[in-house]
Design a protein around this ligand. Structure first.
Ligand code: ADP
Length: 301
């Protein structure tokens, strides 16, 4: 087991930031830690990395207790904190050398070149950090987190504040890193998690509300299907209430309706029957898996 969090609780004054949470992450897994702002993601990550003490419970990294083996666990963890604090006056290589020295790494020069390649920093590596775009600053943060070749990477909102192209690039870097390392990264954006990993842990108001493969979450969602029907002309919306096994009817446009159901086949069939009975023209009829967005909203509302 690479990361194990067991019954962690953290209270700031009156505010319970995380409430008795537990999860395990295997070696070389890449897991998205998803939740709305203020859900407790950063707090959990700070505890796993040993920067913050829990009020209750334990966190283990590669079998070591992060509180009692602080120094040893720091060697095993690469941490990209939220906001990615960097020294803007330093040159990229100078900064990486500084971090490498903190970690007392041997073969500093060759390791710096390795992480520069791994994070795609080569073209910008001669600049001062302050001169870099946000996306490249983020790569410097990742390179610094990787320099001591940690087994586990903890990345707190690694794409926050980046433009869409930079987001795609950093996601690719993270995906690649995940081939050899255990990665836990946080995000408040579902699409992010979908793009990078298969497993997701969802946290809301300090509680874990889901921990599963994304595909299972989709399957488990009762309203996991929607039938979208387009009529040629506007219809009486009440007609649709005759259809059984529909959980929710939503009018998308004058002639478009979305019917949430666990049984899309039956709903499609009933729609066709209804159109025959009432002389309605159906222009299109499609089924879709309800988006994970919906699962996420249901879990965190
Ligand atoms: P997330 O990373 O999911 O946005 P955080 O872990 O930063 O959430 O915060 C969880 C909750 O704890 C929030 O309500 C936040 O306001 C509160 N919190 C976080 N840090 C502190 C702090 N240093 N002092 C008081 N409350 C805090």
């Amino acid at each position: 087991m690479s990361i194990e969090v067991s019954n962690l609780t953290k209270i700031y004054g009156q505010q319970k930031a995380i409430n008795n949470i537990s999860f395990k992450i295997d070696k070389a897994e890449i897991v998205g830690f998803l939740g709305p702002n203020g859900a407790g993601k950063s707090t959990t990550m700070k505890i796993i990395t040993g920067y913050l003490e829990a009020d209750n419970g334990n966190a283990f990294v590669s079998g070591l207790n992060v509180q009692s083996d602080k120094l040893e666990t720091k060697k095993k963890i690469g941490y990209l904190p939220e906001g990615n604090p960097l020294y803007y006056e330093m040159y990229v290589r100078e900064y990486l050398e500084f971090i490498a020295n903190v970690h007392q790494i041997k073969n500093i020069k060759s390791r710096i070149e390795e992480v520069i390649i791994l994070t795609g920093l080569s073209v910008e590596s001669k600049k001062k950090i302050g001169q870099l775009s946000k996306g490249y600053k983020q790569r410097v943060g990742l390179a610094a987190a990787l320099i001591h070749d940690p087994e586990v990477l903890i990345l707190d909102e690694p794409t926050s504040g980046l433009d869409p192209n930079q987001i795609v690039e950093i996601r690719d870097v993270i995906k690649n890193l995940g081939k050899n390392k255990t990665v836990l990264f946080s995000s408040h954006i579902l699409q992010e998690v979908e793009a990078i990993c298969d497993r997701v842990i969802i946290i809301n108001k300090g509680n874990i509300v889901a921990d599963d493969q994304l595909s299972n979450l989709q399957k488990a969602n009762k309203n996991s299907h929607a039938v979208i029907v387009q009529f040629k002309e506007a219809i009486e919306p009440e007609l649709l209430t005759q259809i059984s096994e529909v959980d929710k009817i939503e009018q998308l446009q004058t002639t478009h309706y979305k019917l949430q159901t666990a049984n899309p086949e039956s709903v499609r069939k009933q729609l066709l029957e209804l159109s025959l009975q009432h002389n309605l023209n159906i222009v299109s009829l499609q089924s879709e898996n309800s988006s994970l967005e919906e699962v996420f909203r249901n879990l965190t509302n």
